[in-house]
Design a protein around this ligand. Sequence first.
Ligand SMILES: [Fe+2]
Ligand SMILES: [Fe+2]
Length: 186
Amino acid sequence: MTLTTQKTIAHILKVNHAGEYGAIRIYHAQLWVSTWLHPDLRTFLTETLSHEIDHCRRFRDSMNAYKTRSCRAMWLWSTGGWVLGFVTALMGRNAVMACTAAVESKVHRHLDEQIAFLMRVNDPLADLIADIRVQEIEHLEFARARLKETNVSRLIEAFVGIATESVIWLSTQGAVTRMERGLRLQ
Ligand SMILES: [Fe+2]
Ligand SMILES: [Fe+2]
């Protein structure tokens, strides 16, 4: 395995771990607000939160195996995630679904790109990511099935999409973006 490949794998693990932590913070804030405003969403949010905690732990364990440290922008994922979850939960059920759909569709796309890359370099990490992706698709489908498209929901999806891509780029200094661009060109 080349040094560039090793570095890309380290970036993938770093950003996935940070992203899962961001997701934990989003769902945690939404669950907290939902106790008062949307008790009917608590079952979905509790289950989804438990999935994200498990994903985060699995990426953390792999980071140890690949000798990778946590992302330096963890504070940004943590604060940004919590604020996003809190604000969307205050805005209502549809905003929660728009936020989930936006986050999970970004996650889904990135995981697909990563799996394609990892399969080429024959790394067992591809299986771990493919396994986690199953639950991410469930989260996405749940939100998509309940989301009512409005101007506000489209705005939330666009904002969350841009914010997520920006934090991913910052967290990896563009390495994951370069990997994805390279894969698309092949
Ligand atoms: Fe996750
Ligand atoms: Fe998820």
